[in-house]
Design a binder for this molecule. Structure first.
Ligand SMILES: [Zn+2]
Ligand SMILES: [Zn+2]
Length: 383
């Protein structure tokens, strides 16, 4: 496994992340000169960011098709559900898919959506909680099957970016899957020598963490781990990601409590894909136990504080979206199914833009519906 630490993608340049974000905001305001400015920004950024941060995808260049957000899993876990899979989303830019998070069930949802996992060259993990990371083994296993035992010709690499410990996580996953595949190899049913196609990258700091010819990704640590003792927080981080594409800006909050860093990251974004928690529903569900006189254990108190401070209520999502002046909100990481209308109306009390509450396999399109790059710039459910 190839591993690297992404501490600073651009340590020597005067263009720090803040300036780059401002530059991008200006770029987005320019509709008329979009093509020219994008070309200029690409030249500037490629000049400013050293090789480690610029990934070239060997998969074929695609025509301009716009952005698509495909929600693969919308249930916040851990704890599995029948109707919704654990958090995972695809951002598809001109037909090229990028995976954000990889909860249990992701591989099945990819199959259902008709997306080959080995067509996904880059995966971003917001954090390593079980509901966001444990489906990675399935996806890696499927990739491994196709490149080591199926495809002939050049082997693509698969890049996985995430917080500290992502290298460890990917290495452990590879160690796990190579044992069963090693049996195939021993039986001459596949390649004789197993080749590890996975690259893992630990993200140590906020800032630009990835750039290719389609997207630029900026990370900001959110408040999902704010209650964690300081000694653990150096190696356990939780990030929100801003994806800048030729058709607009999409920000994934990951799991977070209210966060000024996420508001800054999302400033002016076309889409905020936000987690949301139904605190009242949870309290109601817990009430019978409390009323029965059972004293809250330390663990129950810690869980209650975690849900209250390290996740978002509908009110908090609405306030953050308003502060950041985002154009659209998509809700996911829902905990109580069957209440999506309440989630939407709850956010809309504090935010005046469109709000969607995603179901698994829901697709939303942004820009270039006719494939010419000049279509509607507002996010809509795909036709
Ligand atoms: Zn979660
Ligand atoms: Zn989490």
């Amino acid at each position: 496994m190839f591993i690297s630490q992404v501490s600073h993608c651009n340590p020597n340049s005067a263009l720090n992340a803040k300036l780059l974000m401002r530059f991008t905001a200006k770029r987005l305001r320019s509709v008329v000169n979009r093509t020219f400015v994008l070309a200029a920004s690409a030249v500037l950024l490629l000049a400013a960011i050293p090789g480690q941060c610029i990934a070239q995808d060997s998969r074929a260049a695609e025509p301009r098709k716009g952005d698509q957000i495909l929600l693969l899993g919308t249930h916040g876990g851990p704890g599995l559900e029948t109707d919704r899979s654990e958090p995972a989303s695809l951002l598809i830019v001109d037909g090229r898919p990028y995976l954000i998070d990889c909860g249990i069930g992701t591989m099945r949802r990819l199959l259902r959506a008709g997306i080959r996992s080995d067509s996904i060259g880059t995966i971003f993990l917001t954090h390593d909680h079980p509901d966001h990371a444990l489906g990675l083994v399935d996806v890696m296993s499927n990739d491994f099957l196709s490149v080591d035992f199926g495809a002939r010709g050049p082997r693509p690499a698969f890049r996985i970016y995430g917080p500290p410990q992502t290298q460890e996580l990917v290495q452990a996953a590879y160690n796990f899957i190579r044992i069963p595949y090693g049996i195939f190899a021993a039986e001459h049913l596949g390649e004789a020598a197993l080749v590890d196609p996975f690259e893992a990258h630990d993200i140590a700091h906020d800032g630009v963490i990835f750039q290719d010819d389609k997207i630029r990704v900026i990370a900001a640590e959110n408040t999902h781990y704010q209650l964690m003792p300081a000694k653990f927080r150096a190696r356990m981080k939780s990030y929100a990601y801003r994806f800048e594409t030729p058709y607009g800006v999409i920000v994934f909050t990951g799991d977070t409590g209210p966060s000024d860093a996420v508001v800054r990251l999302a400033k002016g974004a076309d889409v905020l894909v936000s987690e949301v928690e139904d605190l009242r529903g949870r309290e109601n569900a817990a009430r019978p136990q409390t009323e029965a006189g059972r004293e809250a254990s330390e663990r129950a108190k810690a869980l209650e504080a975690h849900m209250r401070l390290e996740h978002l209520t509908t009110e908090e999502v609405g306030k953050m979206a308003t502060k950041a002046q985002v154009k659209t909100v998509v809700l996911y990481h829902l905990v109580l199914s069957g209440r999506t209308k309440n989630f939407v109306s709850g956010v809309q009390e504090f935010y005046s833009g469109p709000v969607f509450a995603g179901e698994d396999l829901a697709r939303y399109c942004l820009g270039a519906p006719g494939g010419d790059g000049n279509g509607s710039h507002a996010l809509q459910p795909c036709q």
